[in-house]
Write a protein that binds this ligand. Structure first.
Ligand code: SF4
Ligand code: SF4
Length: 208
């Protein structure tokens, strides 16, 4: 089979080098339009709804420690197997007491399942995205570092985070009655039009 090449350019276009003129016109247009380059790190980008950043263990205001009750749901659901928890049972009450809580964040795929399943909102994925490092150990979070991550996030948000929960990370489609009390948090009106699911308003904003 013979394939014939049919030139689409006219003789006039060839003579006038129309493509070069078009390229120059575009350059001229961009010269006077608003710059779209963000001057990071002086200018920080907006963090979007449901952003999955650095992990943190929420600090319990009463005890100063973590709210985690060692239910093991997060470690069980984690597809990367990067959460490790050790605990013992209190001899008197029988309640589980966390001995160690580690997240190997370099293995994390930031799916958010751990935050979604936590019944007491002890584990959150914060809006902190600046935590690059030159060594692996810096991105390995033990319990102390996860609590410090929470402190950093609280500072970033300007405090008042005692009852913080990101309603975006409620189990989706589940009847509210079946959720634990900590998960039944009203979704702020300005977040979405359709509750916890990313709504039309948010989608519209994204598409413009
Ligand atoms: S975000 Fe996903 S991969 Fe990362 S620790 Fe949580 S459950 Fe595991
Ligand atoms: S799901 Fe929440 S309470 Fe359960 S072990 Fe994980 S962080 Fe702790």
């Amino acid at each position: 089979m013979q394939i014939q090449y049919k030139p689409t350019r006219t003789l006039l276009q060839t003579i006038l080098h129309v493509e070069i003129l078009q390229g120059m016109a575009l350059t001229l247009k961009r010269l006077f339009s608003k710059p779209i380059t963000r001057q990071y790190p002086q200018e920080k980008p907006d963090v979007r709804l449901g952003f999955r950043g650095q992990h943190a263990l929420v600090r319990d205001q009463a005890s100063g420690g973590s709210k985690c009750v060692a239910c093991m749901r997060c470690a069980t659901v984690c597809p990367s197997r990067c959460i490790r928890i050790r605990y013992h049972e209190d001899e008197e009450s029988g309640a589980r007491v966390v001995d160690s809580y580690d997240i190997e964040a370099l293995r994390c795929v930031y799916c958010g399942f751990c935050e979604e399943v936590c019944p007491v909102n002890a584990l959150v994925m914060t809006e902190v995205f600046e935590y690059g490092a030159y060594d692996r150990q810096s991105i390995f979070f033990d319990q102390q570092r996860l609590l410090e991550n929470w402190d950093r996030f609280t500072e970033l948000k300007g405090g008042g985070m005692d009852n913080y929960v990101n309603p975006f990370w409620r189990p989706r489609g589940a009847d509210e009655k079946t959720l634990t009390a900590a998960k039944r948090v009203k979704v702020p009106d300005d977040w979405t039009l359709e509750g916890q699911v990313v709504g039309k308003k948010f989608k519209t904003e994204r598409s413009v």
